[in-house]
Design a protein around this ligand. Sequence first.
Ligand SMILES: [Zn+2]
Length: 449
Amino acid sequence: MAKIREIYVCRSCGAQSAQWRGQCPRCREWNTLEAVQAARPSPGGALSPKSHGPSRILPLAEVTGGDHCAFGTGLEALDRILGRGFVPGAAILVGGEPGIGKSTLLLQLAGAVAREGKTVLYASGEESLPQIRNRAERLDVLHDSLLAVATSRVEDLFPVLENPESAPALMIVDSVQTLASDAAEGLPGNVSQVRTVATELVERCRRSGTALVLVGHVTKDGTLAGPRLLEHLVDTVISLEGDRREMFRMLRVLKNRFGPNQELLIFRMVRKGLELVEDPSTFFLGARDTSLSGTAVVMAVDGQRPFAVEIQALATKSYLSIPRRTGLGFDVNRLHLLLAVLEKRLRLNFGQADIYAKVGGGMRLQEPGLDLALVAALLSSFYDIPLPERCVLWGEVDLNGQIRPVSGQDIRMKQAMRLGYNPILCPENAKSRGLATVADLQRVLFRKG
Ligand SMILES: [Zn+2]
């Protein structure tokens, strides 16, 4: 008998390695490599440990199913960013932190699909049937075509997928980390269990023409095998993000075989579940008091969408030997860098000041266009002079104080004009406004320098 070979797979990114290592060579996480049995190459070359035999041979014109048979998710905006909705036989992975609202959103979608007369099976390894029923009742999605099963064994789900005629149109599995397969070793949630469970489900749903949604928890401490392990198995990867204390959620499409990538939807948490924010362009402004100093608005781009987001800064006298620098919602290194630029180029002294800066609304911004608004907010707090009420800014600031263009110029400008902002301070308007450096910004906005 051939010896069963073991390989090591990273719990967080799925990288494989022949030997055990303390640190993953790809994602640099520590202690994430786990031993799994290497898949024995099967005669058909299939990934799955069990062979399902070939499909019937047919004239291509008679083949049904596939993406031209896609059906709506119940949310028009989601259909648009997925391409056409749920595609029969295709798999979607929905990742996010526990408690962020993945189950709520998916039960809402399941209810909407069932209302259209399609059979939906909600398979949960997390909750009992009465718990699922209670939640469905609260969300007002109970329907004869919405079926549910509570199990922690993936094999229990196979019989319903056996026959393409009676298989559900949509199956939601919540979550891939709470199910275990008889074919894999160890506890649910470990690398080999998660891989086996997902591989089996993806394969069987492809054959039965069932659209599959896998829920995958992302844990910061890496105690569960993460969704990145499964990215290559599925057609679409969605992530649901947000701060559990904030009332909004962001749905991002990270990978998509059937539509655009990098799309973004914003939801609001309400009593009846998650509600789509139809026009999120000013959602992160909240109720602003424009008469206060230390705030500025940036026209930021996330995915394909421009958002007006408030940036707040506070410069106060410090009583510490090393003044405090705090940044929330963005990389705090940018704050250090911009303060250094302002000290050097504008000869301002922040050495005696504690500086706090944050992005409004709990939003996280990872884009260079933030710089100019952050500089404006810092100067506004430093001088205690508020910015003009309808002022919006974007642009990158480099180390010599020059203001640089950023991507997405056209959509930022269009959105800023639509929302009636004036003045619009950005690198592209630099010439007409005499705005090439941070010193120009200081002069234009505060008449200083
Ligand atoms: Zn890794």
